[in-house]
Ligand binder design. Structure first.
Ligand code: UGA
Length: 441
């Protein structure tokens, strides 16, 4: 028999977890305190743009396997396990804000206090090492008056899904990591995943603290790879005929290095890498341990967006009073998410240098308006964005933007000049255009 599941927190992670389990025939109650979000979801409307997500929401509402609700207590009462995927944003000092995790833990504790059946609580939010042992467990114990291991168990199950391919990553992960408070809890979650996948997926079981560490170490390593290639890219720019794309392709063929996350550009953004790096450094500080690689990774990343503006100035001179087209605003393609997007510091710097900015993104214009209001203009197509501009800067590598041809730049721009901040274009195809790119000497 497939167990029923509740999911608390219907953001990216929670929603994808909920609808993927529901699509595989598990009865899922998805709880969130945001009434509007729950109402929209009940009508089949996704609160975020994510490929295939709305299709999954609609399908699982139709089959009645997914029930969005604001009532955490009743969601818990009707299920035997609860995934927690509430947000863990940064505090001013970079450490993570655990208030939502604490709030969810005490709500769970209150419900568990009334339950007779054994219940499994699974923390899927990203939390710094020792949080489950030192914060979640005592909160639930205090609110339920039940010891962990007696009446309920606890697991940490970090997610590794990427925005833009979140549904695919949930169904086809490279591995599942389970940190467990005790064997029964680990066995229960492992067998849930075996029912979910019905194929061989690597399941790594460990202590809760180790699972918490795995998540931070993974994201820090991936961010470090990106900053590493950007460091090499900056070096390449100073060497005639050097090209970082050629170099990284060749180094990626070494199986010890691997080809992914070696794409040079204007740096990483998003809701995870910048925040997780800061939290890791803050945790290191608390432990009295220096984490110089994590610090250098973040430092390289903070400077990287400004390369685009400097390269633009090199191409066309002083930017003051010039119309500059910014192509792509989302922190990466296939999402409307602009959290920590590189486009933000790029545009801020352009405004500082008194350029007139016109921006285009296939999905993120609404988000951009919230950030920049009327300080910049917005175009409804890439062609209109570059029309009449004196400089174009490619910031997010949407596939659609790669379809712009050299003749489009020449025909539409006041003067054809392009900075490729993501190495989307083939330099050999751009003759007749003033052109500069990250990592191109
Ligand atoms: C990241 C991780 O990849 C996921 O495994 C993790 O689960 C997630 O964070 C999280 O902690 O929740 P995500 O932020 O969605 O996922 O996006 P990524 O695809 O990892 O990209 C992050 C940033 O790095 C983007 O701004 C992207 O443009 C940049 N990037 C990535 C590069 O500049 N170069 C690359 O080669 C790869």
């Amino acid at each position: 028999m497939k167990p029923s599941i509740s999911v608390i927190g219907l953001g990216y992670v929670g929603l994808c977890t909920a609808v993927c389990f529901a699509a595989k025939g598990f009865k899922v109650y998805g709880a969130d305190i945001d009434e509007k979000r729950v109402n929209d979801l009940s009508k089949g409307k996704s609160p975020i743009y994510e490929p295939r997500l709305e299709e999954f929401i609609k399908k699982t509402l139709r089959t009645r396997m997914f029930t969005p609700t604001t009532d955490i207590d009743s969601a818990l009462a009707q299920t035997s396990m609860t995934f927690v995927s509430v947000g863990t944003p940064s505090l001013r000092d970079g450490s993570i804000d655990l208030s939502s995790v604490k709030h969810a833990s005490s709500a769970i504790g209150n419900s568990l206090g009334k339950k007779r059946d054994w219940h499994l609580v699974v923390i899927r939010s990203t939390v710094v090492p020792t949080t489950c042992d030192r914060v979640v467990k005592p909160e639930i114990e205090a609110a339920s008056s039940k010891q962990c291991g007696q009446g309920w168990g606890l697991c940490v199950n970090p997610e590794f899904l990427k925005e833009g391919s979140a549904i695919h990553d949930t169904i086809y992960p490279d591995r599942v990591v389970i940190g467990e408070s005790d064997e029964r809890s680990g066995n229960t979650l492992s067998s849930l995943y075996r029912m979910f996948f019905r194929r061989n997926v690597i399941i790594e079981r460990m202590s809760m603290t180790n699972a918490e560490l795995v998540k931070y170490a993974s994201n820090a390593f991936l961010a470090m790879k990106v900053s590493f290639v950007n460091m090499i890219a900056n070096l390449c720019e100073t060497v005639p005929l050097a090209d970082v794309t050629v170099v990284t392709h060749a180094i990626g063929l070494d199986r010890r290095i691997g080809p992914s996350f070696l794409h040079a550009g204007l740096g990483y953004g998003g809701s995870c890498f910048p925040k997780d790096l800061k939290a890791l450094v803050a945790f290191g500080k608390k432990q009295n341990v220096d984490l110089p690689l994590a610090l250098a990774t973040a430092e390289i990343n903070e400077k990287q967006p400004l390369r685009a503006v400097d390269l633009g100035e090199k191409l066309i001179g002083d930017l003051s009073g010039k119309r500059v087209a910014v192509l792509g605003l989302a922190f990466k393609p296939d999402t409307d998410d602009m959290r920590e997007a590189v486009s933000i510091p790029v545009i801020r710097e352009l405004l500082k240098r008194q350029a007139h900015v016109v921006a285009y993104d296939p999905k993120a214009i609404q988000q951009a308006v919230k950030i920049f209001g009327t300080s910049i203009s917005y175009a409804e197509s890439a062609a209109n964005c570059i029309r009449g501009s004196e400089l174009s800067i490619l910031v997010t590598e949407w596939k659609k933007l790669g379809e712009l041809k050299p003749q489009d730049f020449k025909r539409l721009m006041k003067q054809p000049a392009l900075v490729d901040g993501r190495r989307l274009f083939d330099p050999s195809q751009l003759a007749g255009l003033k052109f500069a790119a990250v990592g191109l000497g």
